[in-house]
Design a protein around this ligand. Sequence first.
Ligand code: CP3
Length: 341
Amino acid sequence: MAQRNLVRVLEGETVFPPPVWLMRQAGRYLPEYRATRETAGGFLDLCYNPDFATEVTLQPIRRFGFDAAILFSDILVIPDALDRGLRFQQGEGPKLDPIRPDEIAGLDPGRAEAHLAPVIETVARLRAALPDETALIGFCGAPWTVATYMIAGHGTPDQAPARLFGYRHPEAMAALLALLAEMSADYLIRQLRAGADCVQIFDSWAGVLDEASFEAFVVGPTRRIVDRVRAAVPGARIIGFPKGANALLPRYRSATGVDAVGLDWAVPFELARDLQRQGAVQGNLDPLRLIAGGQALEEGVDRILEALGQGPLIFNLGHGITPDAPIAHVEALLARIRAAG
Ligand code: CP3
């Protein structure tokens, strides 16, 4: 089999037009997703049922023919494996039991292997079901981002509860991040062994930290994941997405050793091109350009292709697609990229 295009880019090749996939490409903007979710009952029933999870992962591939599928799951399955009372209520974000510093030493990772088995089964089924040319991406949340939800017990605009926890209880924070790094690495290793071509580490809240905390909470734990995964799976391909890291992206890339860095839409092209000299970049269309469509979408796509198309690029949004994204705009985005060749 010829190498899948996304994998070629992760190995440093330039492919033009670039391979494209969208973060959160399986989701509520698709009527077929809403129908399957209705049948499944709750969101977590989708994640832990290999029939449903395989189906919703394949939906955007069938409809749009993206170059990569991303495993359907959630970053919060790791705290769920730690029995932190995870629940999703329709129309609200996730909720968990907020963790106290004195509870961290008692967390038991022993349940994770059995708890996550259905997700690994989904990966294996996906690799068998996907077209040969379509890459399969596995993923986990980065320890810092997962910890923010475990500490606050819900999403917040600036992760103040987790930042305060880090200042007030540095040892408990270090212990929590170390545990999450170890569990996340083991989870990614299983995904890679089950057939994922690469994995992405989502650090959606990397951008709220000062420089010293970024080093301790983002760079260190991500490096531990990369090292542990590569020790078990030599040559494992890893994408890191430290959303909001901006000027700290060069430090992130060199210190963590990821193969590609995901860029949000605020990253300037000059910085993106510097990063591209060290390897692949992924991104970075503002998801609101996709909502707007028309000229805003076309100009956004063209600028990315022009600025970054001569180096190793995976085309993506700068963050996840939102439920109000029109399907016709996703089609227009793909047509524009594919016509560029
Ligand atoms: O990209 C994909 O298509 C794969 C699936 C995927 C989901 N979540 C499905 C999902 C991935 C990769 C994630 C990652 C994730 N989950 C992140 C990191 C990426 C990011 O967006 O920043 C985070 C922070 C979470 C935690 C999470 N899960 C939140 C905050 C929410 C609620 C927000 C929302 O959009 O409702 C979820 C729920 C969730 N995860 C949905 C989906 C499709 C919506 C659930 C539903 O169907 O109601």
